[in-house]
Design a binder for this molecule. Sequence first.
Ligand SMILES: Cc1cc2nc3c(=O)[nH]c(=O)nc-3n(C[C@H](O)[C@H](O)[C@H](O)COP(=O)(O)OP(=O)(O)OC[C@H]3O[C@@H](n4cnc5c(N)ncnc54)[C@H](O)[C@@H]3O)c2cc1C
Length: 242
Amino acid sequence: MAEITRIKTRTPAPYPITAISVETHDTKTFRFALPENATLDMLPGDHLYVHATINGKAVKRPYTPSSLPGTVGYFDLTIKRYETGVVSKYVHERKVGDTLLMSGPNTGGHWVDGMAKKVGFVAGGTGITPMIPIIRWILIKRLDVELFLIFGNKTEADIIFREEWERAVREHPNFHCYHVLEQPPADWTMGLGRVTAAMLRARLPAPGPDTIIFLCGPPPMVEALEGTLKDLGYPEEAVILP
Ligand SMILES: Cc1cc2nc3c(=O)[nH]c(=O)nc-3n(C[C@H](O)[C@H](O)[C@H](O)COP(=O)(O)OP(=O)(O)OC[C@H]3O[C@@H](n4cnc5c(N)ncnc54)[C@H](O)[C@@H]3O)c2cc1C
């Protein structure tokens, strides 16, 4: 078998888009080609930078590959389009065959096998993206780890990869998922409004030496919940912000 090349670049390199799939009304997954025997040199949760020159200005934004680390020949980015967002809008305007410039992967708040036995994930909107490869990795590798996802969104239509989370609940007894919606449908039975201290207490593993919590979402949510997690007794080093 040919040896696998692990890719990591400081300077932006072009990657062609080979497929685009629609995930929700504002979120798409873009697949990018890698050379045949190449994979990104990353751990689950690490990110790349997308670089572009938009209206004459050089800009870059971080994105976490949603594909499984170790995937050979391609990688995926799952990106939400913000109406007023410079780079997310630019990416959403690209078509299959276009290329995007990217550097990295860069080290973020990632998962390392063996780092915990109980892992909480508190995600708001696209804050789920760094958690996607981490959850997929732990479930696919069948690691002896219990996972607790709390996922906050505005409406049901905003839930990224909802079917995957529901399937994971059915197929993996070690995966627990609790959705919180600001604008729920009439028959909604899970969380209402925003993620609260009571929800964290009820749905996350209790603080302990084998417990870590990943927290990612809009900055006001992260700021508020970082304090809440501290108040609930999670030590600073147990809370990871990807
Ligand atoms: C480590 C890391 C990894 C990330 N991975 C992903 C990923 O995999 N997929 C993904 O879609 N995004 C991801 N993001 C967010 C991404 O980097 C950009 O911030 C996002 O795409 C918006 O960029 P923009 O240029 O379109 O918007 P900007 O021009 O920077 O912002 C315009 C407006 O968009 C809104 N906005 C921007 N970012 C957010 C946000 N995070 N939450 C709520 N409103 C926002 C605000 O109203 C803001 O005023 C990640 C961020 C970090 C720090």
